[in-house]
Design a protein around this ligand. Sequence first.
Ligand code: HEC
Length: 140
Amino acid sequence: MRRATWRRIVPVLLITLAAGAQAQRPGDPGRWDYQNSCASCHGARGRGDGPLLRHLVTPPSDLSMLAQRNGGVFPRERLVMLIDGRAAADIGPHGSREMPVWGSTYVERFTQAGGSPPLAEGAAHRRILDLVDHLERLQR
Ligand code: HEC
């Protein structure tokens, strides 16, 4: 993504994240994380129509069609890798990495919130699994 584009997106993203951080973390953490970290680009129902759409060079994927586009099978393992992003130097549409690398973001957030570093990997992974569960519920 071009630098200028990021300069426009980052402030919007920070405001979105700050607003999210104040919200209560309810019983459905995958949904909560999705609404706070993903919906701004991918849309509340995952249809690729979030409010940041017009600032992006590549349109965010329609996350409600993941199973349909994969022959009716929800591609769970691949999504965990894609969302984590750290191993995905060049996998599929994320090769360009227009979207944030959530694996490192969640590890950092965990330790910044006072979590013990040896537990950070597990916590980040758990969060990504919860997100993928939520994505599965968005399929149509
Ligand atoms: C800054 C905007 C932005 C945010 C925030 C964002 N994404 Fe994305 N995402 C994109 C874009 C753009 C693409 C498609 C192009 C690319 O891969 O870089 C994409 C692609 C994806 C894909 C690949 C789908 C496919 O077609 O295989 C998945 C899965 C995904 N995002 C999940 C998420 C999840 C989960 C979150 C929240 C934790 C999130 N995204 C947050 C912009 C974003």
